[in-house]
Design a protein around this ligand. Structure first.
Ligand SMILES: [Zn+2]
Length: 317
């Protein structure tokens, strides 16, 4: 039977509803949990997060994919209680945001060790939470080129994905040639890979979108809402219309089946203030109206928000 792993157990793909495919309950750099200036009580975290997820549910949101890596504040028992409280399916990931956020304990591990870790979290569980990871996160370290450690993590992810049928989601789609080579060598079909952050102001100009599509990869326009128009925009912001036009250009060129969208927002950031005025609900409040305003029909919007992510997340036998 087809299924997707969520923190509360397997869910049929048709039950996912609208999916926010790249989001964060709370993301922080490794070590930020030790910085007492940023400590939050559990109550504060709930207070910041629950209303956003409830609103997401009210808007018709069904599933929230948390793309927070092992060392970046992932907290699966907390996700379980959020999912129970709000009725939103939450998918947790195994893996790392990038080689440069993998702590030394993990950074020293071989491809075999990392593969076993990922497979364990997908098939046995994440610690004693009883939850199975539903997606594997990998990424390109700062600097714009894949490091040796990035490649080791990608190879372990490819092996774990091929062995378990769970998909791979990447942080950044720059320097994709070595990544595609690794996936091919490990026999992972490229439609099992979502090349993320292909749309932000910093990385979009360096991402070979059409080349990735030609290889069969999926592309995430998953930082919608990080706009230069914000009151205090982050360094990866991009003018709203420019991103939308870029997206529509690829959509109209026939790449609908390979495109996914999300907002990459933090419900309650860890060790940094986050970006004010940006939440997962950008998808409903701004993105969908922008798409409709540009003449995108409902069937296409359903494909982007429901069918494509369901196909991507469904564990492939
Ligand atoms: Zn992210």
């Amino acid at each position: 039977m087809s299924k997707v792993n969520t923190v509360l157990g397997p869910v049929a793909p048709e039950e996912l509803g609208v999916v926010a495919v790249h989001e964060h309950i709370g993301y922080g750099m490794p070590g930020s949990e030790l910085d007492t200036r940023w400590w939050k009580t559990p109550e504060q975290r709930y207070e910041e997060t629950v209303p956003k997820l409830r609103r997401f549910r009210e808007y018709g949101g069904g599933t929230f994919v948390d793309a927070t890596g092992i060392c970046n504040g992932r907290d699966v028992d907390y996700y379980k209680s959020l999912s129970e409280k709000t009725g939103v399916h939450i998918v947790a990931c195994t893996g790392f945001v990038g080689g440069d956020t993998a702590l030394p304990y993990f950074a020293r591990q071989s491809v075999d060790q990392l593969t076993r870790l990922f497979v364990h979290e997908i098939t046995v569980g994440i610690g004693d939470t009883g939850s199975l990871a539903g997606v594997i996160k990998v990424g390109v370290s700062r600097g714009g080129r894949m490091t040796e450690l990035d490649k080791r993590i990608y190879r372990a992810a490819a092996r774990a994905a091929a062995a378990t049928g769970v998909p791979v989601l990447t942080h950044l789609a720059i320097d994709p040639e070595p990544a595609v080579a690794v996936f091919r060598e490990e026999g992972l079909p490229l439609d099992r890979v979502l090349f993320g952050h292909a749309d932000d102001g910093l990385n979009a100009p360096k991402t070979p979108h059409r080349w990735i599509f030609e290889q069969g990869g999926r592309i995430g326009f998953d930082t919608f809402g990080y706009e230069t128009e914000l009151e205090d925009p982050p360094f990866w912001a991009r003018p709203r219309q420019e991103r939308l036009d870029h997206f529509l250009g690829l959509l109209n060129a026939g790449y609908l089946d390979q495109l996914l969208v999300s907002a990459d927002a933090n419900c309650s950031p860890l060790g940094w203030p986050g970006v004010k005025g940006h939440t997962v609900n950008y998808i409903f409040e701004d993105l969908v109206p922008d798409l409709r305003g540009a003449g995108v029909d409902d069937a296409t919007i359903t494909a982007l928000l429901e069918d494509n992510p369901a196909d991507f997340l469904t564990i492939r036998a």
